[in-house]
Design a protein around this ligand. Structure first.
Ligand SMILES: C[S@@+](CC[C@H](N)C(=O)[O-])C[C@H]1O[C@@H](n2cnc3c(N)ncnc32)[C@H](O)[C@@H]1O
Length: 293
């Protein structure tokens, strides 16, 4: 028990957040599990057979305007990254804090490597400029974050999406009280152990959270989000359109300045490696580091 409790600490290096190592080392950081999980039947089984539906519904809301710049916020198992690249036909930036996950993603996009820019960074403190993206795609990330990290990620998404752009979130829906799966007590027990932050996310109002974060940057939601539920409201795909609605108030600007990272983006354009110098006041820093050999 002691050993398993300490095991996660071996994954705590290179800026990996504590919660990621502690609760998800077995899913995203251990090389054997990375190999295991990145098989389509496994991913599909984890999503109760809904993978293709979720991918299709996500792609249907992807920004395809010529020249649009997309950010996929963190890596995912399966075919989302190559699908985004082929479907959008534009630049896709992809960041993750785990080098192995980036390496895996890179292997899936070799045919379009010139349009796929990889960066190793913490989603809570991104190195991208304000208003850098036309669309930010967040696929099953929020429910894996503890509340404070989740708040930081809402803030960062709000900061890097440009007015006129959009945020695309594919996630669990609200607490599925009436779903047959949720009514099975052992299921609730198991999912609560495997996904310790999911119950909190189930109760969260994503629209309110994102709206409040956008307001900090003098942006707002231009309408109610487009929401598509699937698997009897167990999952949902949400597209939030964003606009810049007013001149920023001095107070907003001060707040935004306090939460904005000063950084150099670590990129991979098919070249061999990237480095990052990363500073963000009062948040974790990733120091300059080589990670792709
Ligand atoms: C997108 S989430 C969940 C993906 C989903 N379960 C799947 O694979 O379909 C998993 C990824 O998020 C990354 N991640 C988690 N917290 C992060 C953070 N704060 N910053 C950057 N990446 C993070 C992990 O390294 C992992 O690659």
């Amino acid at each position: 028990m002691q050993i398993s409790m300490r095991l996660y600490k071996t994954f705590l290096k290179g800026g990996i957040p504590e919660y990621l190592a502690r609760y998800y080392w077995w899913a995203y950081l251990w090389d054997k599990s990375i190999w295991f999980f990145d098989h389509q039947p496994i991913i599909n089984a984890i999503l109760f057979g809904q993978y293709d539906t979720l991918l299709r519904n996500t792609l249907a809301r992807v920004e395809t305007r010529p020249g649009a710049r997309l950010l996929q916020l963190t890596c995912v198992y399966g075919k989302l990254t190559p699908s985004l690249l082929h479907h959008a036909g534009n630049e896709v930036h992809l960041c993750d804090v785990a080098a192995e996950q980036l390496r895996l993603a890179r292997g899936k996009a070799t045919d379009v490597a010139d349009r796929c820019h990889l960066a190793r960074m913490n989603a809570e403190a991104l190195g991208y400029a304000n208003d850098a993206f036309d669309q930010v795609v967040v696929f099953f990330l929020f429910h894996e974050l503890p509340p404070q990290a989740r708040q930081h990620v809402y803030d960062e998404v709000a900061r890097v999406v440009r007015p006129g752009g959009s945020v695309l979130v594919t996630e669990y829906a609200e607490t599925p009280h009436h779903h047959w799966l949720y009514k099975i007590a052992p299921f609730r027990w198991v999912i609560g152990r495997l996904e310790p932050f999911l119950p909190g996310f189930w109760r969260e109002n994503v629209t309110e959270k994102l709206g409040a974060a956008l307001a900090t940057f003098a942006k707002s939601l231009s309408a109610e989000p487009q929401v598509e539920y699937c698997f009897s409201r167990f999952y949902r795909v949400m597209r939030f359109d964003v606009h810049g609605d007013r001149q920023a108030e001095p107070e907003d600007l001060k707040k935004a300045a306090n939460t904005t990272a000063t950084s150099v983006l670590m990129q991979h354009d098919g070249g061999p490696l990237g480095t990052a110098t990363f500073h963000r006041a009062s948040r974790r820093c990733l120091t300059s580091k080589k990670f792709l050999a």
